[in-house]
Write a protein that binds this ligand. Structure first.
Ligand SMILES: *Cc1c(COP(=O)(O)O)cnc(C)c1O
Length: 396
């Protein structure tokens, strides 16, 4: 049985060219980039080359890129680093209810340290309203963090518009209000340019765009006041201590370069497959609905609610057929709490529990989509035939 992977929002397989580029940095080219000898100079050059590749992908300057261990670390660094560097200016931070836990939990931690956090609501598609951001800004606001696209429902947020209202408000306040975006789901997948978006900080993660796991980066605009998140060395321009993950950084660089070359073709193909899958699922299965925005949506994301059955049972049955999907973010699946993202859209507990996410990627084919369209409706029919909720509905 050919297995079908449709969980690219959770992670992606490392691209073979990325692996090939990484390989020499395990045994042959192993120097510490901080060493002055030729072994060190060799890996220093590799790290700086990767920095250029990553900076070019998002339109940043070299010195604005700080490598981290993950998207999670980049988010923690951004939130806590800005908060503690600017607490004399103010103690208020604005974010949204649908952020990744790697934003929400650092914010909750800061609340315990005396910071005030506003969690903005979203509309039924998951969109943050720039006017709500404007209304939430006070003279104590130092940071706004809104994700560029949501990992569960795929909705792409109006980052440029939000940036404009922040800049206008900040100029009236007479102090800087930093704008951070979690772009882990967009970098390497759709066009991301820090100047066009108007952001001061932006998080990314290599394993979401065919790079290796355990390496990410934070873009920090020049002039930003931020304190380090990891202390103990002068690496990364004193912003992130510890010997660099040279192998991972080299991989992230090559993944970034590949992404910028293939961005348009990857995007076009995924949109085609995505729309075929969405259309097919909604047509073949009664009482289903699409979660997230119909058009302001990641090319890879399909998230639907299927009435009367549980996401977990759909997942297990799909897995049995060799098809890998997800019920939400990989971090919360396995917990019985309904997704905070789906709840923020206004879905009922039942609707949130009955949702499933297919996220597509570069190894998916037309045949994969057809297979899912053949197998999944049968699974739903079987599960519904066993569901007391559904039986009741049929008789009524
Ligand atoms: C995956 C993801 C993260 C976490 O990135 P890691 O590198 O896996 O720690 C953060 N934010 C979003 C939106 C994500 O999808």
């Amino acid at each position: 049985m050919k297995k079908i992977y449709m969980d690219y929002a959770a992670t992606t397989p490392t691209h073979p060219d990325v692996l090939a580029a990484m390989q020499p940095y395990f045994c042959e080219k192993f120097g510490n980039p901080s060493s002055v000898h030729s072994f060190g100079r060799e890996t220093r050059a590799a790290v700086e080359n990767a920095r250029k590749q990553v900076a070019d992908l998002i339109g940043a300057k070299l010195k604005e890129i700080v490598f981290t261990s993950s998207g999670t670390e980049a988010n923690n660094f951004a939130i806590e680093g800005i908060a503690f560097a600017n607490e004399k200016v103010g103690n208020h931070i604005i974010t949204s209810k649908i952020e990744h836990h790697a934003i929400l939990e650092p914010c909750e931690f800061l609340e315990s340290k005396g910071f005030k956090i506003t969690y903005l609501p979203v509309d039924k598609y998951g969109l943050v309203d720039p006017k709500e951001v404007e209304r939430a800004i006070t003279d104590k606001t130092i940071l706004v963090s809104i994700m560029q696209a949501n990992n569960e429902i795929g909705t792409i947020e109006p980052i440029e518009e939000i940036s404009k209202v922040i800049k206008e408000a900040a100029s009236k306040l007479g102090h800087k209000v930093y704008f951070h975006t979690d772009a882990v789901q967009t970098v390497g997948q759709i066009e991301v340019n820090v100047d066009k978006l108007g952001v001061d900080l932006l998080s990314m993660s290599a394993h979401k765009f065919y790079g290796p796991k355990g390496v990410g980066a934070l873009y920090i605009r020049s002039g930003t006041r931020i304190v380090p998140f990891i202390r103990g060395g002068a690496q990364e321009n004193h912003r992130r201590a510890s010997t660099e993950n040279v192998v991972g950084i080299v991989g992230m660089g090559v993944a970034a370069e590949l992404a910028s070359k293939e961005l348009d073709s990857r995007e076009k193909e995924l949109i085609r497959l995505r729309d075929k899958l969405i259309k097919g699922l909604l047509a073949k299965i009664p009482q289903t609905s699409l979660n997230g925005h119909p058009t302001k949506r990641l090319p890879k994301n399909v998230n639907i609610s299927v009435k009367y059955i549980e996401g977990e049972s759909m997942l297990l049955n799909l897995d049995f057929e060799g098809i890998a999907a997800s019920t939400g973010s990989a971090c919360t699946s396995g917990s019985l709490e309904p997704s905070h993202v789906l709840m923020a859209l206004g879905l009922s507990h039942e609707g949130a529990h009955g949702s499933i996410r297919f996220s597509l990627g570069r190894l998916n084919t037309e045949e994969d989509v057809e297979k899912v369209l053949e197998v999944f409706p049968k699974i739903v029919e079987k599960l519904r035939s066993m569901s007391p909720l559904y039986k009741g509905k049929e008789e009524a």
